[in-house]
Design a protein around this ligand. Sequence first.
Ligand code: PMP
Length: 401
Amino acid sequence: MTRLPEFLQARLAERRAQQLYRSHKTLAAAPGPVALVDGRELVAFSSNDYLGLAAHPEVIAAQQRGAALGAGATASHLVNGHFAIHQQLQDKIAEVTGREAALLFGSGYMANVGVINALVGRGDTVVQDKLNHASLIDGGRLSGAQYLRFIHNDLDALEVQLRRAREKGTGNILLAVDGVYSMDGDTAPLAQMATLCARYDAWLMVDEAHGFGAMGSDLFPHAGSVAAAGLDQDSAPIVMGTLGKAAGNAGAFVAGSKALIDYLTQFARTYIYTTGMPPAIAAGCVRALELMQELPLQQTLVARIAYFRQRAAVLGLPLEASASAIQPLVLGCEKTVLRVSEALQASGYLVGAIRPPTVPAGTARLRITLSALHSEEQIDGLLNALNSALQREKNAAGEAS
Ligand code: PMP
């Protein structure tokens, strides 16, 4: 038996010794591409505000007007916390995603846990990509369903697991994947996955946290990776998206058929047993989604991604195969990643240093995220600072050997 204070101190010391101890950076307001850290202005390449909507004056004004409806929803959605503005947001999400209906959740984490647990349980199987977001993994583990994983984006490995699940019994199979991987920026091969789901009678659930707003199809330009892969409501029946990334706000949604939304309203415990979204957030999100449709923000983001990749390639930086706003540079060693991110901060750039257990051991990385608000000059500045820092690392390694 260990006393709680000693238990806590021992685990914290272990974390520090492993160089894995995490702490916050405290920012002083300033949304957009500039962050104020310890009184210094840094150009942030670390936020998920891909379209710059968190700082948009019309979103902020709509949110302020929304606050006049009350600071909070005062109850869960099914009691008396569901206002007309929530319904308006759900209808807008359904329109943008090309689905019949949508349902709001307090966060993406809650949406993933709630949806998986509502759809599968003991006797069923949930199949997941090994690099899925923690909220999908936790949802799957909590559900009591058999939990099977497959090598990241490997369709043969996925088929092995689907076959195994189907041969084992008559339970339902849910395949849950990220549409865009949050630490790698690559996309799931969704069209082929939908074909496999049809073959093995499995249900496809796609987490669009990083796809919604940032990519789509001609018909549904903001619907995410599912639309980009050409999938409709039949082939990708369960779409989860967050409002804290490209929409620049907070909260999440599930979009799908009317029957799916009706079912989740009855059975998703993280929807039922929690206070409704504050109406001001719903009001800000409605305006943000309208602005997505009205302004060429996504085109600007796509142009910035192309510019970043082209300039980084010229400098010979180790780019990953990512067409999304997430452009990681995998450096491997945790200490190197920390040193390079500190050097970048000293040069005026804020970039996330991502280490295990968020990513697999030996794949520590800088997670560079692009926004429609970044200028080409800011991107050039980051890349030059990065190039110098990496050059210094190389020289230091040369001297040490
Ligand atoms: N899924 C993915 C892929 C994510 O990256 C995140 C956020 N980091 C979530 C779900 C959780 O969303 P939220 O922040 O709204 O809880």
